[in-house]
Design a protein around this ligand. Structure first.
Ligand SMILES: Cc1cc2nc3c(=O)[nH]c(=O)nc-3n(C[C@H](O)[C@H](O)[C@H](O)COP(=O)(O)OP(=O)(O)OC[C@H]3O[C@@H](n4cnc5c(N)ncnc54)[C@H](O)[C@@H]3O)c2cc1C
Length: 472
């Protein structure tokens, strides 16, 4: 408590809250296991206080204080992470960036935006669209996630085929290291001034630094999108078609392939019968239209029959519906009852391994999932793609659900590794996947990461136990 008083003295009035409601609401993120634990009545780790910085210097003062007092600090954007990365730590503080949400500059000439890290996706995109611009970064969690969280968790949006993922938009940033030192990396389109330190913060999950500000590249907002929807003969045939699309550089903005199970759930409302579905969107423009025509021809050649454009439009209109559905299943309402846990696993591999990755992860999840496991390919590249699995575990009670859930993850992580997949494409590691990190990256890579952490955060106060397991 004395320590907390010395923090309060260093920060502007009202920056430190010990309000019980605020402590409770910042105790977890959107990790399904934490949500299950909360609704069944477990005590989740509660922070000592929630700190609301309004400027980079408030963050620096907080981290200097934490280093002196050896207090754990959990950076928090909007708390939409699904791996426990923003879960509070007993006797630590949560550093909530939500009051640092200003747009500092939109540069129409360079097509860049500079904003504070706590801004959420919707207001940022609204401000850009008023200027005829878009960030092109549309995670499903757009309304419930923040710019700093996107960088820290290496986020990818649904239009990644057209705009890339967050690292492709990131031009410069300001971050406060665990020690309290401020690193400012000015916006540059590319730089060979040593290793690219901007990338060091992408995916660092609040363990090295707190991102307080970033400059991102934006683009002209397309007037409209044109959709192609087809029915490939199998999921594998659909992924082969997407590979061709990307390797021929046809410039799609959105590309997705759904296996039979996922297609049923996603396109049931437009009357989809059976079989996988592939959809792609192209900008209505000279380049986009040409891409669409060639894609249509390729699909026909590959034996993928045409489906209506309503498939694409339906998907676009409902692309964020899962946010509400997820809350209804895992939140207080417990739509599917107790003993149920639903989660997603997003992995990636180079094309050669994609079919094996699909089979291996699906099989591992099916051993524990109570219903069919659905999968779609959502982020394609010329060299490979990510696969996104949705699974639901139903057990006789919450304790059995937790056991089955952890075992399903353990098996699926091993299966992913065995099929040469990468453990996470865009959700990150957090608490959930930290036990699998050495297996995923190898001991030398993990000890390099630990050395980096020791340099940036010598007292080890930043987000302990996340990404890197706490050393014994
Ligand atoms: C329904 C649903 C759909 C989702 N869809 C997508 C999707 O399409 N694409 C996608 O990429 N993700 C998706 N996610 C996951 C999540 O939204 C992303 O991981 C997002 O980037 C997290 O942002 P946040 O601001 O909520 O971060 P938080 O959950 O608050 O934090 C995430 C991690 O980053 C750290 N962190 C947060 N802010 C900072 C900062 N300023 N400086 C340093 N560290 C920080 C935290 O400590 C934590 O480790 C989805 C989640 C849900 C619940």
């Amino acid at each position: 408590v004395d320590d907390l008083a010395s923090l309060v003295e260093r920060l502007p009035d009202g920056a430190v809250s010990t309000h019980p409601g605020e402590l409770t609401s910042r105790s977890r993120d959107a990790w399904p296991l934490a949500m299950l634990r909360e609704v069944r009545g477990d005590r989740l780790p509660r922070p000592l206080a929630v700190v609301f910085p309004r400027a980079t210097e408030d963050v620096a003062h907080t981290l200097e204080w934490a280093t002196e007092t050896r207090t754990a600090v959990v950076p928090r954007g909007a708390g939409s992470g699904v791996c426990g990365g923003a879960q509070a730590v007993w006797r630590g503080v949560v550093l909530d960036l939500s009051r640092m949400s200003r747009i500092l500059e939109i540069d129409d000439e360079s097509q860049t935006v500079r904003a504070e890290a706590g801004i959420r996706g919707d207001p940022l995109e609204r401000a850009l669209s008023e200027r005829g611009l878009t960030l092109g970064h549309y995670p499903q969690s757009m309304a419930i996630s923040s710019l700093g969280g996107w960088i820290a968790a290496a986020s990818a949006g649904q239009a990644s085929a057209g705009y890339g993922a967050i690292e492709d938009r990131l031009l410069g940033l300001t971050a406060v290291l665990g020690s309290g030192r401020v690193v400012q990396l000015p916006a540059a389109p590319r730089s060979a001034t040593g290793p690219d330190l901007r990338r060091m913060f992408v995916g660092s999950e609040g363990t090295l630094a707190v991102v307080t500000e970033a400059t991102l590249s934006v683009a002209r907002r397309p007037e409209s999108l044109r959709w192609l929807a087809t029915a490939p003969s199998s999921f594998e045939a659909g992924t082969a078609l997407v590979r061709e699309l990307l390797q021929r550089r046809l410039h799609p903005v959105v590309v997705r392939v759904y296996d039979e199970v996922d297609a049923g759930m996603t396109f049931g409302p437009v009357g989809h019968g059976s079989g996988p579905v592939a959809i792609a969107a192209f900008e209505a423009s000279r380049v986009g239209d040409a891409g669409l025509e060639e894609a249509r021809r390729l699909a026909l050649e590959a034996g993928a029959g045409p489906l209506g454009e309503d498939y694409g439009r339906h998907w676009w209109g409902h692309r964020n519906d899962a946010v509400v559905l997820y809350r209804r299943i895992m939140g207080d309402e417990r739509m599917f009852g107790a003993g149920v846990i639903v989660d997603t696993m997003e992995v990636a591999a180079i094309w050669r391994h994609v079919p094996r990755l699909y089979d291996a992860v699906r099989e591992a999840l099916l051993e524990h999932a109570s219903q069919a496991v659905g999968c779609h390919l959502s982020h394609p590249y010329a060299s490979g793609a990510s696969l996104y699995f949705t699974f639901l575990i139903r057990a006789e009670d919450d304790a059995a659900a937790e056991r089955a859930y952890l075992e399903a993850w353990r098996r699926a992580a091993a299966a992913c590794r065995g099929a040469e997949g990468t453990l996470s494409h865009h959700h990150g590691v957090g608490l959930l996947k930290a036990p699998f990190l050495v297996d995923a990256l190898g001991p030398a890579a993990v000890s390099t990461l630990r050395s980096l952490k020791a340099a940036a955060d010598p007292a080890g106060i930043l987000n302990p136990g996340k990404l890197l397991e706490t050393e014994p």
